[in-house]
Design a binder for this molecule. Structure first.
Ligand SMILES: [Zn+2]
Ligand SMILES: [Zn+2]
Length: 404
């Protein structure tokens, strides 16, 4: 079968690899009908998420059709249309039963303390071959797969595999409630859906902070109040818009890949403030021979944490869903402590969060497909990765047909 395979930092290829087979009775094989490229995939390619094993198939978002099930999978049979949850969970352990499915005790082959296991990630997360392929082996299939109702199209369902639940989870972490003013940092696809989630969870006002025009335009389409960090200092703007109080809640949908503002007052401020963050970045990004113009890592990994702490109100809440590398140790903890902030974070508990969102889409109450900007076949996937990585204008979400 065809699959997008990680060979090294900055080196991914479309390869012919053997079809996956059932290895455990709890496995299923799924024929992938739609996959997608995600911002998280870029972390593996840039090396900001280290420890990838060469030969690992990339991708952790998919919709497909069950092809074969292991003997212990009782609730699915061949022909069932399914969403594959990005994170793998057994459904039996205490963490799964408490709804913390991203912290399943048994899904990660590295042991119960190893944390989140997901498709197409570094060795510490499995490794489990990913979903940018024609077929995938799904471990703990009974709990990792979710059936898709007919009313939900593949295009809609693909955003329920990771992006929409992650964004929703971000708004939950930030404990968004009726009447809140919320700032969403990052208006990529997760940020866009975080804006939508914050409004649906009751927010009265939502600010969207980003530096890319097309993303800000889409946030504006959702009635968010937009702040371009290349034109104005975002913290100042947020304080001004809230008469100095700050926002009730922040959703950080950026993570480690934060880019410094290119211009404006915020650019000058961050150059002065942040010499130590340069070092932090070097710790997490190994030496590479990657052409710099091709794979550009963020150069201000904790910039958004700082903006979040400064722009939230006293006793406010911060929810972090942007990806931070396990090696990163910086956080503005002093400022957060002295403002009595609540900061919650984590990998989305997909299996627990997703089902009601499927109902929302199936009922026609919310259509996430408006945020899909590109659809490509496997042969064009590598070029799509490059455009996405360069944060080209207009690239928000690329959906992949692995057989095309
Ligand atoms: Zn993703
Ligand atoms: Zn479990």
């Amino acid at each position: 079968m065809k699959a997008i395979v990680w060979h090294g930092v900055g080196d991914i290829r479309l390869d012919d690899v053997p079809d996956p087979t059932i290895q455990e009775p709890t496995d299923a094989i799924v024929r992938i009908t739609t996959s997608a490229i995600c911002g998280t995939d870029l972390h593996m390619i840039r090396g900001t998420m280290a420890g990838m094993k060469p030969g690992t198939v990339l991708g952790h978002e998919a919709v497909g059709v069950v092809e074969e099930v292991g003997d212990a999978v009782r609730g699915f049979s061949p022909g069932d249309r399914v969403i594959v949850c990005s994170t793998i969970s057994c459904g039996v352990c205490p963490q799964c039963r408490a709804g913390n499915t991203a912290q399943c005790d048994v899904a990660n082959p590295n042991g119960p303390a190893a944390g989140t296991s997901f498709f197409g990630g570094p060795e510490t997360t499995g490794p489990v071959n990913g979903l940018q392929a024609q077929y995938a082996r799904v471990p703990w299939a009974q709990h990792t797969l979710i059936p898709v109702p007919e009313a939900v199209s593949d295009e809609q369902a693909i955003l329920l595999s990771d992006i929409f639940p992650t964004a929703w989870f971000g708004a939950e972490l930030a404990a968004v409630k009726r009447g809140d003013t919320v700032a969403v940092f990052g208006a990529g696809i997760v940020g866009q859906l975080a804006i939508a989630s914050a409004f649906r969870q009751g927010a009265g006002r939502v600010f969207a902070v980003d530096g890319i025009e097309t993303r800000l335009a889409q946030a504006l389409d959702q009635n968010a109040e937009i702040i371009d960090f290349n034109a104005e200092a975002p913290v100042d703007a947020i304080l001004e818009l809230t008469r100095g109080a700050g926002v009730d809640a922040v959703i950080d949908a950026v993570g480690v890949d934060a880019q410094r503002p290119k211009s404006g007052p915020a650019a000058e401020q961050t150059q002065e403030q942040e010499p130590e963050f340069q070092e932090a970045q070097q710790e997490v990004a190994p030496e590479t021979n990657v052409q710099e113009d091709q794979w550009v890592p963020g150069d201000a990994p904790t910039l958004v944490s700082q903006w979040a702490v400064e722009s939230v109100a006293k006793a406010g809440r911060i929810g972090i869903i942007g990806v931070y590398s396990p090696q990163l140790t910086h956080y503005p903890i002093g400022a957060a402590m002295n403002k009595n902030l609540t900061v919650r974070m984590g990998n989305c508990n997909h299996r627990a969060v997703t089902p009601p969102l499927i109902d929302l889409v199936a009922a026609g109450l919310f259509d996430p497909t408006r945020f899909i900007t590109q659809e490509v076949g496997a042969t064009d996937a590598l070029e799509a990765y490059r455009s996405f990585d360069r944060r080209e204008e207009g690239w928000l979400k690329t959906v992949l047909d692995p057989s095309a």
